[in-house]
Design a protein around this ligand. Structure first.
Ligand code: TYD
Ligand code: MG
Length: 472
């Protein structure tokens, strides 16, 4: 007989304790412990039955097949995964409610037309899933979408082997799996799924932990990959289950500003690929569209005569991304000048302002400074520094910088223009996008062969030089 026992779990980090605690010794949060009844399996049954299954092997004898990765038929998604879904892997897709997780996975499920899939939803009925699928495959809404995936609409009608079911109990989900025998399982969302093994409600730490390990066991023993959706709390952590992050093979995060169309998919953890790659999507009326050339999309059109804008050649992962930095400098109305940055680190902005004050002699202390990264992007690449500084200077002197000029350099505390990584790739991309001039650090110029590029390369060593080059 199974024995019921209760434990106290920290709802923030999943720390388990046999008694109630006021403060979690693991994450230090107060008042996060909640009692959860856990039904214990009697004895060590599972360990014994699995005794003969695994045997240590010499590493030379272990074989695997890299080509077995399952393509999602979506270049951006595959890129973030590191080239497709690895058989037997357990993936977690996290994101705020309403950001588009269900849309992304249902759309992916519809695109993987050569496999048998099972889409389990604990949030929506089969009818609602169908309604969404119809919306996603309805290509007449936006004609330009038709050429990117011309047959998505027809696929739904013909040989599509996508099974959908609305279900919340893992034991019954596994019955459905036995009946369908899918090649890929999608579960939307882990917070709505519960197992009979644990008595606490769906979404609690012990439920999430137990359900996740049941799916992990299924994935590892059958080789069928499992994609789980998980919600994220407002402060950006996966709701409750820090515990999940350790169990799953990859944690993908879907994020974006809801006021803009774009969504960014990034890997926070990936056992089978790099975590620096990002995938960029645009949410449209009929689902998510891949954005293969984010620069062209982010730069948009700009009036030549407006001051305060500069283009930065940044890298996200291995991919160059050109981003417009906008700045507004105006006389401070109140005693304390205002500083405001969107998509850029505030402390970094203060540092750059101090450098500009000291080196370029601007009285920025008496000015309000607002900074915005166009398109709601968040940038942490230090190569954006020079563009930020030049945008601020441009607004301050009210002289526009040509939109055909790009910047790629970091700024040091003494105003020196520092080299950045992979400058060649940035310059080549600027060249390809039709920029006329690119400002880089003098220390980067050795890595470049200027004859290879049409673009004019301006190498500077201190910020004053860039300033003179632009506004003198
Ligand atoms: P959804 O995938 O339900 O979010 P999540 O599963 O992360 O909670 O996405 C919901 C939002 O996406 C909703 O605000 C409507 C929007 N949306 C579109 O703009 N176009 C579409 O084709 C679809 C299906 C949704
Ligand atoms: Mg959803």
């Amino acid at each position: 007989m199974a024995k019921a026992k209760s434990y106290y779990f920290c709802q923030e980090c999943g720390y388990q304790s046999s008694s109630w605690l006021g403060r979690c010794p693991e994450c230090g949060k107060f008042g996060t412990f909640v009692e959860e009844v856990v039904k214990m399996e009697s004895g060590k049954r599972k360990v014994e039955s699995g005794k003969t299954q695994s045997m240590p092997k010499r590493i030379q004898e272990v074989t695997y097949n890299e080509t077995k990765r399952l393509s999602t038929h979506c270049a951006e998604f595959d890129r973030v995964l590191g080239g497709g879904i690895v058989p037997g892997s357990l993936l977690l897709l996290g994101g705020e409610p309403g950001i588009g997780k269900s849309t992304l996975l249902l759309q992916t499920a519809l695109a993987i037309h050569d496999r048998k899939l099972l889409y389990v939803s604990g949030e929506e009925s089969e009818q609602q899933i169908k309604m969404r699928a119809d919306r996603l495959t309805h290509s007449s809404v936006s004609p330009e979408r038709a050429d990117s995936s011309p047959s998505l609409g027809e696929q739904l009608k013909s040989a599509q082997e996508l099974y959908v079911v609305s279900e919340t109990v893992t034991q019954r989900i596994f019955e459905h799996i036995d009946a369908v025998q899918p090649d890929l399982l999608i579960v939307d969302s882990i917070q709505t799924i519960s197992t009979e093994e644990v008595e606490s409600p769906a979404g609690s730490v012990s439920q999430i932990r137990q359900c996740t390990s049941e799916f992990q066991h299924y994935a590892k023993t059958t080789g069928v990959p499992v994609l789980l959706i998980g919600h994220i709390t407002k402060d950006g952590t996966l709701a409750g289950p820090k515990v999940m992050e350790h169990i799953v093979d990859a944690v993908l995060q879907f994020e974006g500003d809801r006021n803009y169309g774009y969504r960014i998919l990034r890997a926070l953890k990936n056992r089978f690929g790099s975590t620096s790659e990002i995938g960029i999507f645009e949410m449209q009326g009929n689902g998510l569209r891949e954005v293969p050339n984010p620069s062209e999309f982010l730069l948009g059109q700009r009036d030549e005569t407006l001051s305060g804008a500069a283009v930065a050649a940044t890298l996200e992962g291995a991919r160059p991304m050109f981003i417009e930095v906008q700045s507004l400098v105006s006389s401070a109305v109140y005693g304390t000048p205002q500083r405001n940055a969107n998509g850029f680190d505030m402390r970094r902005l203060s540092m750059l302002l101090a450098v500009l004050e000291k080196r370029c002699g601007f009285k920025l202390g008496a000015k309000d400074v607002f900074l915005n990264i166009a398109g709601g992007m968040r940038v942490s690449d230090p190569a954006i520094d020079l563009a930020v500084a030049c945008a601020i200077l441009s607004s301050n002197v009210d002289i526009p910088i040509s939109p055909r000029i790009a910047f790629a350099a970091e700024l040091g505390l003494s105003g020196e223009v520092r080299p950045v990584s992979r400058v060649e790739q940035r310059v080549a991309e600027a060249d390809r996008l039709g920029f006329e001039k690119v400002f880089i650090s003098k220390y980067n110029i050795r890595e470049l062969d200027p004859r290879r590029f049409k673009i004019e390369i301006v190498a500077v060593s201190v910020i004053e030089e860039a300033f003179r080059g632009l506004f003198a």
